[in-house]
Design a binder for this molecule. Structure first.
Ligand SMILES: *[C@@H]1O[C@H](CO)[C@@H](O)[C@H](O)[C@H]1NC(C)=O
Ligand SMILES: *[C@@H]1O[C@H](CO)[C@@H](O)[C@H](O)[C@H]1NC(C)=O
Ligand SMILES: *[C@@H]1O[C@H](CO)[C@@H](O)[C@H](O)[C@H]1NC(C)=O
Ligand SMILES: *[C@@H]1O[C@H](CO)[C@@H](O)[C@H](O)[C@H]1NC(C)=O
Ligand SMILES: *[C@@H]1O[C@H](CO)[C@@H](O)[C@H](O)[C@H]1NC(C)=O
Length: 431
């Protein structure tokens, strides 16, 4: 057993290293395809083709390695019960089943049945929208999608996690996930409080090498067991789908967790400070409706067509409710069920953090502003010189935004015992 365990560990290290290299090499090559296809005939075409070939080779190689990996561990009590999801549309409750007990609730959405809502075409304002927004409102009623990769076991066991780290990511950002796993998202127990991590993903957007990226992702998930993937395309407008599908997932599989940190895969999070902050909240109803982050109040929809956040007047013509910047915020798990129920009565909105603000408003919870969340929300502020000072990072909760290498470096520096900062802040909401 011990031998198998050690062998697995070695394999795991070797394979995750090669996966990292393969993915990194490919990402370099595929960069021009970052959502925008390169102009025809440009250098990007050749590089893209070479990248795709390499991606295919890497995926094939991984598949071969993988069957070896599986057979080597299939007799042990493997903890990866997500299983291969090659053909799967949805993964059942998984884990050891107990036939004598009633079935646990599970993700019941197994097919994508999403046809356009033709009646929106007759709305007076529909024809005034640009085609991107027309598509959006035609499919806006489609909320829940099949799970391609699931981890029903994530919060199981006698002691549910104290804090679940929920990280929005996309298939291609393998290196960011790797950095998060090594730093603030590392699954562990701190002072007896357990921390678990999941990454939320959709499927690669069109134009990417979907099949091979998917294989790489499934492989990564078999190694780390922390990917939740839904069968919708991972685009900016679909981020709200990630939000509502996660709320529903959490309600089914993870509601015994105490707190959730939800954030991007390119932020720095000071995990110890998060726990200290949560401990400072005391007990009681206030803690059960905790929602804290970098709150933006009285923001107006952006009408500049060049902006990523552009919203036509027809879609929304009021100030936004207070909302927390999606880069990172904390919430009490007791709030999730209320938000889920509220969300089912609110039409989806293309900006995910604003949408969550709408849900909060409906349940009557005011998001709390806290200075230690520096996600910079929607409006980018100028980079401050403080942004490279480790003491700044040591004293805050969440900081936008770092490269994977920057994150690893800053994490080491902040946790270096020789680092001396002038003051140590303590966290409570009255500061
Ligand atoms: C797995 O178990 C089967 C049956 O118990 C046995 O025949 C086989 O040799 C085992 N394989 C490994 C790799 O241990
Ligand atoms: C299965 O469920 C029954 C009834 O809930 C319980 O008594 C039993 O201990 C369970 N068995 C296992 C192996 O979990
Ligand atoms: C289709 O759109 C109409 C008009 O906005 C709306 O009343 C109706 O509820 C929508 N149907 C679905 C299934 O969402
Ligand atoms: C969202 O995902 C669905 C399902 O994959 C896709 O049909 C739709 O085009 C996506 N919407 C946007 C705005 O990208
Ligand atoms: C901690 O910082 C000191 C001084 O900058 C440096 O010499 C040392 O290597 C660092 N230790 C680690 C473990 O990074």
């Amino acid at each position: 057993m011990d031998y198998i365990f050690r062998k697995r560990k070695l394999l795991k290290t070797l394979l995750s290293l090669s996966l990292l290299f393969a993915a990194l090499a490919l990402l370099q090559k595929l960069k021009p395809g970052d959502g925008v296809s390169p102009a025809p005939g440009s250098r990007g075409d050749a590089a893209g083709a070479a990248g795709r070939r390499q991606l295919e080779a890497a995926a094939n190689w991984l598949e071969a390695e993988n069957s070896f990996y599986r057979s080597a561990t299939s007799n042990g009590s493997s903890s990866n019960n997500g299983g291969p999801a090659s053909e799967a549309t949805a993964v059942g409750p998984g884990g050891p089943t107990n036939l004598s007990s009633s079935p646990a609730p599970a993700w019941e959405v197994t097919v994508t049945k999403c046809s356009p809502n033709g009646s929106v075409r007759s709305l007076p304002w529909f024809s005034g929208l640009d085609s991107r927004f027309q598509q959006y409102v035609l499919y806006r009623h489609c909320r829940y999608f099949p799970l391609l990769l699931n981890h029903p076991e994530k919060c199981a066991g006698p002691g549910p996690p104290h804090l679940l780290m929920v990280v929005k990511s996309v298939v291609e950002q393998h290196d960011r996930r790797a950095a998060v796993r090594k730093t603030w998202g590392r699954e562990r127990s701190l002072g007896g409080l357990s921390i678990r991590t999941v990454f939320l993903l959709g499927t690669p957007a069109a134009g990417k090498d979907r099949r091979n990226l998917q294989k790489l992702l499934e492989y990564e998930d078999r190694l780390f067991g922390d990917i939740l993937q839904w069968d919708f395309m991972d685009t900016f407008f679909n981020l709200t789908l990630k939000e509502v599908n996660f709320l529903k997932w959490f309600d089914i599989y993870c509601h015994r967790t105490r707190f959730i940190f939800k954030g991007d895969d390119d932020v720095f999070v000071n995990t110890e400070n998060l726990l200290e902050f949560l401990a400072s909240q005391g007990e009681g109803p206030r803690r059960e409706s905790l929602f804290a982050g970098d709150v933006i109040s009285r923001a107006l929809p952006i009408r500049n067509h060049q902006s990523k956040y552009f919203i036509p007047k027809q879609l929304h013509d009021q100030p936004y409710p207070p909302y927390a910047g999606g880069g990172g915020f904390l919430m009490a798990s007791a709030l999730v069920r209320r938000l889920l129920a509220a969300s089912e009565d609110i039409e989806l909105y293309p900006i995910d953090d604003v949408y969550l603000g709408m849900c909060l408003q409906k349940v009557g919870v005011e998001p709390q502003v806290h200075y230690a969340f520096r996600t910079f929300g929607i409006v980018k502020r100028r980079v401050s010189p403080m942004n490279s000072d480790p003491c700044f990072y040591k004293n805050l909760l969440v900081i936008h935004k770092l490269s994977p290498e920057g994150l690893l470096q800053m994490w080491d520096t902040v946790h270096n015992t020789t680092l001396v900062c002038a003051k140590k802040v303590s966290f409570n909401l009255n500061e």
